[in-house]
Design a protein around this ligand. Structure first.
Ligand SMILES: NC(=O)C1=CN([C@@H]2O[C@H](COP(=O)(O)OP(=O)(O)OC[C@H]3O[C@@H](n4cnc5c(N)ncnc54)[C@H](O)[C@@H]3O)[C@@H](O)[C@H]2O)C=CC1
Ligand SMILES: O=C(O)C(=O)COP(=O)(O)O
Length: 626
C-alpha cells in the first residue's frame, strides 16, 4: 500500500474517503489536519477519472484540479512513498509546510519530550525546530547518521549542538533574515511598553484599580538608547528608535562603522555605551564571550535608573545580578523577552518582579515573520536534502575522505589560525570591513584554488565574534552578510613549486589594534604565517618577524630588549603551570625593542597575564586563543 500525502485546504473537509473511478484508489480526508492522503492498493493508475502514470508527482497538478472540481482545494502535491521524511518539531507556518509536503513526508509532532524526539529522529532525514527544542548530541547519536539536515526556523542556533551535528555529518541550516523586523518591532514594543508601564497598568486595571499616579512613565524623546550588537535586528531597532526622537549609540566591535553612520548611529566602546545610556537594548548572539556579559560589574558602570530591553538571548545577562540591580535601583526597569532557561520556572524572580515587563520569547512571533521563516527554512531544508549547497548552512558537513585535500591541509589550518589571530588583535569599536589576503607562491596562479583558504580565514575571523559556524559552503555568504570585503592577491615567490604556498598574509585595513606592534606603517594589522615541517607557524606580526608554532595558544609581548625578560615571563607562566611549547624573540636593534612570541599549551589565568603585562620592561602584551 503506497500512501501519497497531499496537502489540501478546503473550507470544510468532510471526514472519510472519496473513491475514484479506479476503485483501488481513494482519497483519505482528515479535517483535523487539513490533510488528504492518496491511498492505493496497487501502483496507482488512475484517480478521479485521471490516468496516473509514473511518476505520480508529474500528474499531481491535474489531480489537484480534478479534486478541486470535486469540491476540494488541493494546494500541494506529493511524489512517491520513498520520499525523505521531515520531522517538524515546533509550529511552522503553513506556506513552509506546503512546500515541504511537495517534496517529503512531513510529520508534525510538537511538544515532544527529549526521549520522544530521540526515538523519532532515527526515522527522519530532516528535523525542523525553533528555539524551544534542544537538539543535543544524543539526538545525533540516536539518528545513527540518518538525519541529514537540521533546519532552525529562526536565527539563534544556540539550541543545536553544532559540533555534534558536524561530527555526525549533519548539515544545520537556519533562516537568518525573515524574522529580523519582527524581533526589532518587539524590541520597540517592549521599550515603549516599559517606559509607559503599559503591562503593569493593564494588570492593575484588570484587578479593578484606577491608579493614574502610580504609573507615571518616562518619555523616550531625547533619551540615549545604546544598542548592544549592531547586526540585523540591532540596526533595525536603531532606525525605529531614531523615529521616536531618541539619541542612538551602539556598541559592536565587529560592525562596520559606515553601516552605523548610514543610520546616523555612532559606534562607541562597551563602557561608553553602557555608562551614557538611559535605555540599553541587547542584540548580540549568545557566545562564550557574551555569556553573562551583563553582570554585577557591568551594571555598576551604568547610569542609575537605566532601563534594559533584552530580545536577544537570556544567557547574555547574569539574571541574579539583574535582580540585585533592580532591587537596588541601579536598573529602574527591564523588559525581557528571553530567559536563561526557557520556559523560566513559575516563581522566577525576574518574571515576578514588579519592574520587569516579560514576554514568552515572542520576538519572532508575528504572522508575517512565521510565514517568512517557514518558507525560508523549508527551501533551505529541501535544498539540503537535494544535496545543493546551502547558503544559510551554519556548520561544516563532514568532508568525505576522498575530498580531503592532503596537500593544502596544513595551509587550511594555518589560514583559520591566522584569521583567529588577526581578529583577536582588533580593539573594540573600530569594526572590520576590509580584509586583504596575500598568498605568496612559486606556483602558477592557476594552480591554487584559494576558496577553501579564504573560507577558513573567514571562519577564523567570524567565529570568535559570533555564533555563526563558517565552512566552505557559507563562508562567502557570511562575509557578505557581515559587510566583510575579502580581497585576495597572489605574489610570485622565488622558491621550489613543490609546496603550494610559501606564506599567507592577512591585512585588516583601517582598524585599531589592542597590540599596537601588530600595526604596520600603513596602519593595517598584518599577520603572516608559513607551514614548517607540516605545522602552521606565525612568522610576522606588524613589521616584526617572529616564529612561533601555532599548536596551542600564543602570547605576544613587546618589551625593552634587556636581559632577564624571557626568564621572568617563563617564571610567571611556570607558577601558573602553563607550559611553553615554542618561543621566539625578534628585535629591531640591540637593547631597543623586541617582540616575544610565546606558544603555550594551556590558557593562562587573567592574573598571570596581568603579571606579565606589569613586568616593567613589557610595554604591551596580548593573549591569543587559537
Ligand atoms: N527574541 C526573539 O524571538 C529573537 C531573537 N533573536 C536574537 O537576536 C540576536 C541578534 O540577531 P541578528 O541581529 O539576526 O544577528 P546578527 O548576527 O545579524 O547580529 C548580531 C550582532 O552582534 C554582534 N556582536 C557579536 N559579539 C558581540 C559583542 N561581544 N558585543 C557587541 N556586539 C556583538 C555581531 O558583530 C553582530 O553584528 C541573536 O541572539 C538572535 O538569536 C533574533 C530574532 C528573534
Ligand atoms: O530566531 C531567533 O533567534 C529567535 O529567537 C526566534 O525564536 P523562535 O523561532 O520564536 O523560537
Amino acid at each position: 500500500m503506497a500512501t501519497f500525502a497531499v496537502n489540501a485546504t478546503a473550507r470544510a473537509i468532510p471526514h472519510g474517503s472519496v473513491t475514484g473511478n479506479d476503485t483501488s484508489s481513494r482519497l483519505l480526508l482528515s479535517p483535523s489536519s487539513s490533510s488528504i492522503s492518496f491511498v492505493s492498493s496497487r501502483s496507482p493508475t488512475s484517480f478521479l477519472g485521471l490516468r496516473l502514470a509514473e511518476p505520480l508527482a508529474a500528474k499531481v497538478p491535474a489531480l489537484c484540479r480534478r479534486s478541486h472540481a470535486s469540491g476540494l482545494r488541493v494546494v500541494a502535491s506529493a511524489s512517491a512513498s520513498d520520499r525523505p521524511t521531515v520531522l517538524v518539531a515546533e509550529k511552522l507556518g503553513e506556506a513552509g509546510l506546503a512546500l515541504l509536503r511537495e517534496f517529503a513526508n512531513v510529520e508534525c509532532s510538537y511538544k515532544l519530550t527529549p526521549e520522544e524526539l530521540r526515538a523519532k529522529v532515527a526515522h527522519c532525514d530532516a528535523l525542523i525546530v525553533r528555539s524551544g527544542t534542544k537538539v543535543t548530541r544524543k539526538v545525533f547519536e540516536e539518528s545513527k547518521g540518518r538525519l541529514k539536515v537540521v533546519g532552525r526556523a529562526g536565527v539563534g542556533i544556540d539550541n543545536v549542538d553544532l559540533q555534534a551535528a558536524t561530527e555526525y555529518g549533519c548539515l544545520v541550516v537556519n533562516a537568518p533574515t525573515a524574522n529580523t523586523i519582527a524581533a526589532a518591532e518587539h524590541g520597540i514594543a517592549l521599550l515603549a511598553a516599559m517606559a509607559r508601564n503599559v503591562a503593569q497598568a493593564d494588570a492593575s486595571m484588570k484587578s479593578g484599580k484606577w491608579q493614574r499616579n502610580k504609573y507615571v512613565g518616562v518619555s523616550m524623546v531625547g533619551k540615549t538608547l545604546a544598542i548592544m550588537g549592531f547586526g540585523k535586528v540591532g540596526s533595525e531597532v536603531a532606525r525605529r528608535a531614531k523615529g521616536l526622537g531618541m539619541h542612538v549609540i551602539a556598541h559592536d566591535p565587529y560592525a562596520p562603522a559606515d553601516k552605523a553612520r548610514a543610520v546616523g548611529v555612532e559606534l562607541v566602546s562597551f563602557d561608553e555605551a553602557i555608562s551614557n545610556a538611559d535605555f540599553i537594548s541587547l542584540h548580540m548572539p549568545l557566545t562564550p564571550d557574551t555569556s553573562k556579559l551583563f553582570n554585577d560589574e557591568t551594571f555598576s558602570k551604568m547610569k542609575k535608573g537605566v532601563r534594559i530591553i533584552n530580545v536577544a538571548r537570556g544567557g547574555v545577562i547574569d539574571e541574579d545580578a539583574l535582580v540585585r540591580a533592580l532591587d537596588n535601583g541601579t536598573v529602574a526597569q527591564a523588559a525581557l523577552d528571553v530567559f536563561a532557561t526557557e520556559p523560566p520556572p513559575e516563581d522566577h524572580k525576574l518574571v515576578m518582579h514588579e519592574n520587569v515587563t516579560a514576554t514568552p520569547h515572542l520576538g519572532a512571533s508575528t504572522v508575517e515573520a512565521q510565514e517568512g521563516v517557514a518558507v525560508e527554512i523549508a527551501e533551505a531544508v529541501i535544498g539540503a536534502l537535494r544535496g545543493e549547497l546551502a547558503s544559510t548552512a551554519v556548520n561544516a558537513p563532514m568532508v568525505p575522505s576522498e575530498v580531503v585535500i592532503s596537500e593544502l591541509s596544513p595551509y587550511v589550518t594555518l589560514a583559520e589560525k591566522l584569521g583567529r589571530i588577526a581578529v583577536q588583535l582588533v580593539s573594540g569599536g573600530s569594526g572590520i570591513q576590509a580584509v586583504k589576503v596575500v598568498y605568496s607562491s612559486a606556483r602558477d596562479p592557476g594552480d591554487l584554488d584559494s576558496r577553501i583558504l579564504r573560507a577558513m580565514i573567514t571562519k577564523g575571523i567570524v567565529e570568535p565574534i559570533s555564533s555563526v559556524f563558517v565552512n566552505i559552503v557559507n563562508a562567502d555568504y557570511t562575509a557578505k552578510q557581515r559587510g566583510l570585503r575579502i580581497s585576495e592577491e597572489r605574489i610570485p615567490h622565488d622558491s621550489s613549486p613543490a609546496a603550494p604556498l610559501d606564506s599567507i598574509q592577512i591585512h585588516l585595513t583601517n582598524v585599531d589594534s589592542k597590540f599596537a606592534s601588530a600595526l604596520s606603517k600603513s596602519g593595517d594589522i598584518i599577520v603572516e604565517g608559513k607551514v614548517k615541517d607540516g605545522l602552521p607557524h606565525l612568522t610576522l606580526v606588524g613589521s616584526f618577524s617572529v616564529d612561533v608554532s601555532l599548536e596551542g595558544n600564543v602570547i605576544l609581548c613587546r618589551n625593552v630588549d634587556q636581559p632577564g625578560n624571557i626568564g621572568e615571563v617563563g617564571k610567571i607562566l611556570g607558577e601558573d603551570n602553563v607550559n611553553i611549547n615554542f618561543m621566539s624573540v625578534c628585535r629591531n636593534a640591540q637593547r631597543k625593542l623586541a617582540i616575544m612570541a610565546i606558544g603555550v599549551d594551556e590558557e593562562p589565568s587573567k592574573e598571570t597575564l596581568n603579571k606579565i603585562g606589569s613586568i616593567p620592561s613589557v610595554e604591551e602584551s596580548v593573549f591569543l586563543k587559537l
